[in-house]
Design a protein around this ligand. Structure first.
Ligand SMILES: *[C@@H]1O[C@H](CO)[C@@H](O)[C@H](O)[C@H]1NC(C)=O
Ligand SMILES: *[C@@H]1O[C@H](CO)[C@@H](O)[C@H](O)[C@H]1NC(C)=O
Ligand SMILES: *[C@@H]1O[C@H](CO)[C@@H](O)[C@H](O)[C@H]1NC(C)=O
Ligand SMILES: *[C@@H]1O[C@H](CO)[C@@H](O)[C@H](O)[C@H]1NC(C)=O
Ligand SMILES: *[C@@H]1O[C@H](CO)[C@@H](O)[C@H](O)[C@H]1NC(C)=O
Length: 332
């Protein structure tokens, strides 16, 4: 009788896995996933940051952990929002992607020695060109960059070090030359497909490239232990608390989402004691000025985006600079 039961249970487990594989269209590896747990993050910073009044929770852990992301989601209300600002209908996608990652730590041991971190968020703006801010940027405890803003070939203007780099499937580097092995890369998931894409890449399976607004990378240049998934709470905070975007848009308008730059600043507010900015200024009256510090795109390409509200973001930046919540390294 007992052996019969065991056999039943085993075949049920097998069936579950088989179904799983069929549903996800690939072979699930039998290597057990590492159960990610938060580790002790060193000493907390006891002095209050200048921007403290902007935040509801200053010590919020910004990365999802496989072991407790559902608990954290219900604690902070992320179970009441769909992607991109919550996990409500995509819990399974989050679970699958997280099951392939190896860490949800914020800083590694060597970085834990500095309790109050001084951070610089480096935007991709053309204003960084020829300013030779590289050495200055490299002197911060934490350097946050975004998308495919390169370091390679631009060290004099933007520095060499990268602590964190935010990305999404359509913006991630695919050339291994751009992988700094010391940096941690953070997926900002906007749709369930983004999580499926990450999972597929980590499984080494075939990538489905349909459903993206631009062809996503089909290879991953980063080690699994370098990758984190940003808690949607951070993006929600950027959208509603910092940019004050409406919760509902008229049916003829696409909902506006924050750009990666504003998400990166919001992340910095949650993990840093002091935040400085570089590369966040755009000259809207000069359409021929460079859009980015790299490549040849000009400001004329800037306004063609229906998903962001750049003027709202510029107002927000102006406000936090004027109130001395942040220091702007590239005022002109
Ligand atoms: C930067 O310097 C280079 C070389 O001196 C020059 O050709 C280029 O026009 C400059 N770019 C900007 C945006 O000032
Ligand atoms: C990465 O870290 C190692 C060891 O600390 C250091 O020697 C190296 O210069 C770092 N590389 C970059 C690009 O920061
Ligand atoms: C923006 O560009 C215009 C036209 O080139 C120039 O006159 C103006 O000084 C620039 N403004 C800033 C703030 O750089
Ligand atoms: C930018 O333009 C220059 C000169 O026209 C060209 O040599 C270079 O390849 C272009 N760079 C990119 C990234 O398109
Ligand atoms: C963008 O933000 C500005 C400033 O908050 C607001 O006045 C404007 O209506 C917004 N535009 C859109 C299309 O949401």
């Amino acid at each position: 009788m007992r052996g019969y039961l065991v056999a039943m249970v085993l075949s049920a487990v097998f069936l579950y896995y088989a179904l799983h594989c069929i549903l996800w269209g690939t072979n699930v590896s039998w290597i057990p996933a590492v159960e990610m747990k938060r580790r002790n993050h060193g000493q907390p910073c006891l002095s209050k940051p200048a921007f403290a009044s902007l935040l509801r929770f200053q010590q919020f852990h910004p990365f999802l952990c496989a072991a407790d992301f559902k608990k954290i989601a219900s604690l902070y209300g992320s179970d009441k929002f769909d992607l991109p600002y919550g996990i409500r209908t995509s819990g399974e996608h989050f679970r699958m992607a997280l099951s392939r990652l190896q860490s949800c730590d914020l800083f590694d041991e060597s970085d834990n020695s500095v309790p109050c971190k001084k951070c610089v968020v480096v935007g991709n703006g053309g204003v960084l060109k020829n300013k030779s801010l590289g050495e200055r940027i490299d002197s911060y405890d934490v350097i946050i960059r975004m998308n495919s803003g390169p370091v390679l070939g631009h060290e004099g203007d933007v520095g060499r070090r990268t602590t964190f780099r935010l990305f999404y499937p359509e913006s991630v580097f695919s050339d291994p030359d751009h992988n700094d092995p010391n940096s941690t890369v953070i997926l900002t998931a906007f749709k369930p497909l983004d999580l499926k894409w990450l999972w597929e890449l980590l499984m080494g399976g075939k990538i489905n490239t349909n459903g993206f607004w631009k062809k996503p990378a089909v290879n991953l240049i980063y080690r699994p232990d370098q990758i984190r998934i940003l808690d949607p709470f951070i993006i929600r905070t950027a959208t509603y608390d910092l940019l004050h975007f409406p919760k509902v848009f008229p049916p003829n308008q696409k909902p506006k989402h924050p750009t990666t730059g504003i998400i990166a600043i919001t992340l910095a507010f949650h993990i840093c004691h002091e935040v400085h900015l570089a590369g966040f200024r755009y000259n809207f009256s000069d359409l021929q000025s460079p859009l980015h510090y790299y490549g040849n795109a000009t400001m004329s390409l800037m306004n063609k985006n229906a998903y962001h509200n750049v003027s709202a973001e510029q107002l927000f930046l102006k406000d936090i600079i004027e109130r001395n919540f942040v220091i702007n390294l590239t005022p002109d």
